[in-house]
Ligand binder design. Structure first.
Ligand code: ADP
Ligand code: MG
Length: 160
């Protein structure tokens, strides 16, 4: 098993492929943060935990204490058409209601498992429905007692 896989990087602007319109904003990780995923280049949807922590550049919008907790997440891994499908991209939807965007802040994630491959959708409704299913599947998977310990992983707590 390749899991857990640890990823981190500062949240970048995507190409606005409609995450927010679908009710599912996805925080894009920088390309440099992706090598740990090279053990599982299988595209599709993954689940795990994520945490947003403040960057100290002073430019990003402030985060609340709730925002900086460890939350469940779903992550989409795909080949980026912008780079002629030669570059992998990872986008993380955190299951938490952030009141504001958090571009520029640090995203840390532990990927714990795979949900499904990428699919083509006949409609926007079908896609939205599938995203909702992914979130339920992720939350359900993450209730396993064996996953509890990952919420206290050193990448999140900062201490061993
Ligand atoms: P982009 O193309 O820039 O990634 P999106 O529509 O996918 O645009 O929105 C992503 C941005 O929304 C994230 O970078 C983050 O700043 C913000 N955001 C707000 N709430 C969430 C959330 N629950 N999960 C992920 N990103 C969120
Ligand atoms: Mg996005």
């Amino acid at each position: 098993e390749p899991f857990p896989i640890i990823l981190s990087g500062s949240v970048q602007r995507g190409f606005g492929r409609g995450g927010k319109d679908l009710g599912c904003p996805t925080a894009n990780l920088p390309d440099e943060s992706l090598p740990p995923m090279s053990s599982v280049t299988q595209t599709g949807v993954y689940y795990g935990f994520a945490q947003v922590t403040p960057s100290n550049d002073g430019q990003s919008t402030p985060l609340t204490s709730q925002d900086t907790l460890v939350h469940p997440m779903v992550m989409s891994l795909g080949w980026n058409p912008f780079y002629k499908n030669k570059q992998l991209t990872a986008e993380i939807h955190v299951m938490h209601d952030f009141r504001k965007d958090f571009y520029g802040h640090e995203m840390k994630a532990i990927v714990l498992g795979y949900i499904r491959p990428e699919l083509d959708y006949v409609s926007r409704e079908a896609l939205i429905e599938d995203i909702e299913t992914d979130k339920r599947v992720a939350l359900n998977c993450l209730t396993r007692p064996a996953y509890e310990k990952f919420k206290q992983h050193t990448i999140f707590t900062g201490h061993p």
